[in-house]
Design a binder for this molecule. Sequence first.
Ligand code: NAI
Ligand code: MG
Length: 353
Amino acid sequence: MKTLEIAVIPGDGIGKEVVPEALRVLDAIADIHEGLKFNYTHYPWSSEYYVEHGTMMPENGLELIKGSNAIFLGAVGDPNLVPDHVSLGGLLLRIRREFEQVINVRPAKQLRGMVSPLSNPKNFDILIVRENSEGEYSSSGGRVHNGIDEIVVQNAVFTKRGVSRVMEYGFEIAGKRNGHLTSATKSNGIAHSMPFWDEVFNELSAGYPDIKTRSEHIDALSAFFITRPETLDVVVASNLFGDILSDLGAAIMGSIGIAPAANVNLNGKYPSMFEPVHGSAPDIYGKGIANPIGQIWTAKMMLDHLGEPEMGAIVLEAIERTLEANIKTGDIGGSSTTSEVTDAIIAAMKEQI
Ligand code: NAI
Ligand code: MG
């Protein structure tokens, strides 16, 4: 029996609605796969927890979840209770940083049954591999002087180690998909970091002769996401470029409510964390209408990561069958509830065995 220890952090808002739904899907997987079991440990770390304890997680919080096989997180943020920089910084960003989750992986795939806002969507299937630890999102910089004399410096930090490891991840994963890797650059406008980015990309590509490579400037590449997304396979990008591209990817899929993500630890010292792209959606929280697909597809990514790609495939197929049957929440044009969509997905999983 393979028992996977999962640290479950529903967080705030609709995280508390969609996480239990995704756990129902994982339980159905455990029913289908007799050799597989999940052991969940639930942590109530959230903005409400902050109001009660003055901190987003206990002092030994990271210690508590460090030994798990994966962290499964909903969404963090309740601006009415705690400022966003405190809640995200005190929980999500701490886990990402301290557990060295240096890569963020986000698929943008045209699912059967989904209506893309693109007027003539081809069958696209993109995987965005985003650097998750440095680049443009560094704390290096500062402000000096006042008034008209004020000077602000924000440094982007690119290390050979950081750039190489995200690119290597991109090459490896491209080898397992369609063998095509696109690098998001801007070396025609950014004088130091992006020429360096290109250099490392070219150096590394020599070691992967079977992977077809392409470099595109971020502005043009953004346009390709709209005009010909079907020509892209894996896209490797810096922290900022990857952030923007992954929202664009979620948009062309048809809703942020279906977009999944993984924060991947590469050195094996800490668990990876799986969380959907969307936030806590306070505007719809409590109504039972949140789309559970983002969280459920995230569970599929977790299954893949934990060595169960066949189970992951069953989940994704069930999501597509459910969409094709037009069992959808309001954000994608349907009128089903959160749990009706999950019920349909679980039924479609059982159909496949
Ligand atoms: P959001 O993603 O929570 O919501 C944006 C819009 O999309 C809203 O209209 C919402 O109703 C809709 N939406 C999102 N997920 C949905 C779903 N599953 N089903 C149906 N509709 C869905 O982003 P927003 O409003 O900017 O942020 C709200 C809070 O969430 C803030 O506190 C923010 O900091 C936090 N946040 C947390 C993230 C995380 O935990 N990784 C990511 C983004 C935001
Ligand atoms: Mg973002």
